[in-house]
Ligand binder design. Structure first.
Ligand SMILES: Cc1ncc(COP(=O)(O)O)c(C=O)c1O
Length: 383
């Protein structure tokens, strides 16, 4: 244990305590934010919003990217735009951050928890298909839950810690069962599956730029669309569904105030200018962990086959719950911030009544996975 603590302290020599992840501003952040203040364009319109959306659309290869106040609201809007309605069911993984599930419940829809795969930590295509085979049927070209009679409208896989799920297989299963696919790519900017950016496979994909993510806008999210028209609709709805006019206040739907302010987008533009620097640092840190941990006989969670992970948070797999607790206790009381993987969603009181499939792998990770400090290391000077 002490060996790992010493290694991490050496890796982050100038940090005490060593944080899990901190935002870093080394580029044009101040210049662009000052520009917003100087020009008074601090709110929901401005050149940085447009520029940031374009930068993300280009980087991810999306037809349209739409900036949003945060990832959670972006997910909610993505579900709404996909047609998720009251009493619909939405399949997702029990091993996720709570925002994925909150967004589903905010639509008055019902989450169904399915297992993850051991090699991705993301929604398992095999387990999802098994659950559907045992519990669902196709009726009038819709997927219906035989237990409840509810429509199963969508599925939301999440690319855990930036490791892409088996997205091609999920696409096939969704097509077979007439289920819409929405990707929670909140953690996976810079992660690619067979060369294609995560969040660009489904009907909609969502990124987060919260302060703890690979790049940050303070708070913020982005919807990724492969059809421009869908993107324009999202933008319209998140602008209180206001009809464009020089002075009139007319609205054609019940909309939302979800636009990302220009001042946040300014941060985002500056951060995007350095995305490769952030990603390179993360990968280098991950590879250092991998080498060190394998030398001392411990398991680092590596990127899945055919994938390029962003290594947002490096992850160590311990042998059992007891070791996990011991590791968390020792590291956190010695100035090294580590965190367990999330409590499984089906174990939280609010979601305890939700339907679940077999969750063997999710339970396995819950007892063993720990995140290691993964913040940017300036210049990676530590050899
Ligand atoms: C998997 C996942 N989904 C959704 C979110 C929500 O994003 P935000 O914090 O921007 O609302 C986050 C992160 O915070 C996340 O990790």
């Amino acid at each position: 244990m002490q060996q790992i603590i010493d290694f991490i302290k050496e890796l982050y020599k100038n940090k005490n305590p060593v944080q899990l992840h901190e935002p870093v501003f080394l580029g044009n952040e101040k210049k662009y934010v000052n520009d917003c203040i100087d020009t008074t364009f601090v709110s929901s319109v401005g050149k940085y919003v447009d520029r940031f959306e374009e930068m993300i659309a280009n980087y991810t290869g999306s037809a349209r990217a739409v900036a949003c106040v945060n990832g959670t609201n972006a997910l909610y809007l993505a579900l709404k735009l996909t047609g998720v309605e009251q009493s619909d069911e939405v399949i997702t993984q029990s091993l996720t951050f709570i925002a994925t599930v909150n967004a589903i419940v905010h639509c008055n829809a019902k989450p169904v928890f399915v297992d993850v795969d051991r090699d991705t930590m993301g929604l398992s295509p095999k387990k999802m298909n098994e659950w559907l085979e045992n519990n669902a049927k196709l009726e009038n070209n819709q997927c219906v839950d035989c237990n409840t009679g509810n429509r199963i409208k969508a599925c939301v896989p999440m690319h855990t810690f930036g490791h892409p799920v088996h997205i091609e297989e999920l696409i096939d299963i969704c097509a077979k069962w007439r289920i819409e696919l929405i990707e929670d790519a909140a953690e996976s900017i810079g992660s690619f599956y067979k060369g294609k950016h995560t969040g660009t496979f489904g009907h909609v994909g969502v990124l987060s730029f919260n302060g703890n993510k690979t790049i940050t806008t303070g708070g913020g999210g982005m919807l990724l669309f492969q059809e421009k028209k869908q993107g324009e609709l999202a933008k319209h709805l998140m602008t209180q569904a206001k009809i464009l006019h020089k002075w009139e206040f007319k609205h054609d739907a019940i909309g939302y105030n979800y636009r990302m302010p220009n001042i946040n987008a300014a941060l985002g533009c500056a951060q995007m200018e350095n995305i490769e620097m952030f990603l390179n640092s993360k990968r280098e840190t991950a590879m250092k962990y991998k080498r060190f941990l394998s030398n001392i006989g411990m398991r680092f969670f590596d990127e899945p086959r055919d994938c390029k992970s962003n290594f947002w948070l490096s992850c160590l797999i311990l042998s059992d719950k007891e070791e996990q607790i011991r590791f968390l206790t020792e590291t956190n009381s010695n100035g090294v911030m580590t965190r367990p993987i999330w409590e499984l969603m089906n174990r939280l009181p609010m979601f305890a009544q939700c339907q679940c499939g077999d969750l063997t792998n999710a339970e396995w990770f819950a007892d063993r996975a720990v995140n290691l400090p993964s913040g940017f290391r300036n210049g990676d000077k530590v050899k």
